[in-house]
Design a binder for this molecule. Structure first.
Ligand code: NAD
Length: 290
């Protein structure tokens, strides 16, 4: 049982996750580099400190929920912050990072820390409800030790293999998810140009073989409603699919659908900005279609 959990990164996902851990009785100390995020977390009843070192000091578990693996490396390795944690502590790397970065991180922090990569899927909604899907990589013993924490955050936890396996799996998931978003938004652009109503297109797809998470959830909730408030940034989606594309490259695989998907998301991020909600790719693709 962990006696002190340092939770680093209290953003869109990290804040509700840390909140659920606190509600579940876990001893969480939060930190975020951004003052406003710390203030928001404190307002949600999370004990926060104003430096990384303070958070990590004496921790037997460190959770990172940061934008990417390079940032995780900078944070954890910079100033040797990780050495402040207890020997043998578990580093639960829950960001969507590149598996190559995760292996570098693991090599650098071990044996002082034992890395388990445990990225999540399900978005802000399921972070709030504690029903994420977690795909984990790492040694069985460390993973088992972290299991009560993961169970508090998720409704399913998959052990995928050694360190990096969870992050590889996450990039593969977001490739499929991101390709599904492109298919769904182009379907609406195509169908409405023909004269079908957007609602009809989505309803028929959802009752047919064209159904995917974007047609089922994202189109109605965030695109057709005009809210574009999924809480998942365009730049993060482009990053995730880029990780999958890089993985294919490293493995000597030529996957044209993946390449194309990655290109489209990168172009969208360049055109409308990394910080825009990822569902705004609908507007970008609709505009660039004519
Ligand atoms: P976010 O940008 O809302 O949160 C990241 C937080 O990290 C920010 O509050 C930022 O201030 C903080 N931060 C950045 N650098 C830091 C540092 N060096 N030290 C401490 N804090 C630092 O992002 P998010 O949407 O919460 O995503 C976090 C991770 O989860 C990403 O890897 C993302 O791809 C992944 N993810 C996001 C979603 C989603 O729906 N938003 C879903 C699944 C996975």
């Amino acid at each position: 049982e962990f006696k002190r959990i340092a939770f680093i990164g209290l953003g869109q996902m990290g804040l509700p996750m840390a909140k659920n851990l606190v509600a579940g009785g876990f001893p969480v100390i939060g930190f975020d580099a951004y003052e406003q995020a710390r203030v928001a977390a404190a307002g949600e009843g999370i004990e926060v400190v104003s430096s990384l070192n303070e958070a990590v000091e004496g921790a037997d578990c460190i959770i990172t929920m940061l934008p990417n693996g390079k940032i995780v490396q900078d944070a954890v390795l910079g100033g040797d912050a990780f050495l402040k944690a207890n020997a043998g502590a578990v580093l639960l790397e829950m960001s969507s990072s590149a598996p190559t970065d995760t292996r570098v991180l693991s090599d650098k922090v071990s044996p002082h820390l034992r890395v388990v990569d445990a990225p999540v899927s399900g978005g802000v909604k399921r972070a709030v409800s504690g029903s994420l899907t977690i795909m984990a990589g790492g040694e069985t013993e460390a993973l088992n030790q972290a299991m009560p924490v993961l169970d508090c955050l998720a409704s399913s936890v998959f052990a995928c293999g050694p360190v990096g396996a969870g992050h590889a799996m996450k990039s593969i998931n977001n490739f499929v998810s991101g390709a599904g978003v492109i298919a769904a938004v182009e379907a609406v652009t195509l169908g409405t140009a023909f004269g079908l109503s957007a609602d009809t297109i989505i309803d028929v797809l959802n009752a047919s073989s064209g159904k995917n998470n974007a047609t089922d959830v994202k189109m109605k909730q965030f695109v057709l409603s005009g809210t574009f408030a999924s809480g998942f940034a365009l730049g993060l989606m482009a990053k995730d699919i880029g990780i999958a594309a890089e993985l294919a490259n490293d493995l000597g695989l030529n996957l044209s659908g993946l390449k194309q998907t990655s290109t489209v998301w990168n172009e969208a991020a360049e055109a409308i900005g990394n910080g825009a909600d990822h569902t705004r790719i609908y507007e970008f693709l609709a505009k660039s279609s004519v």
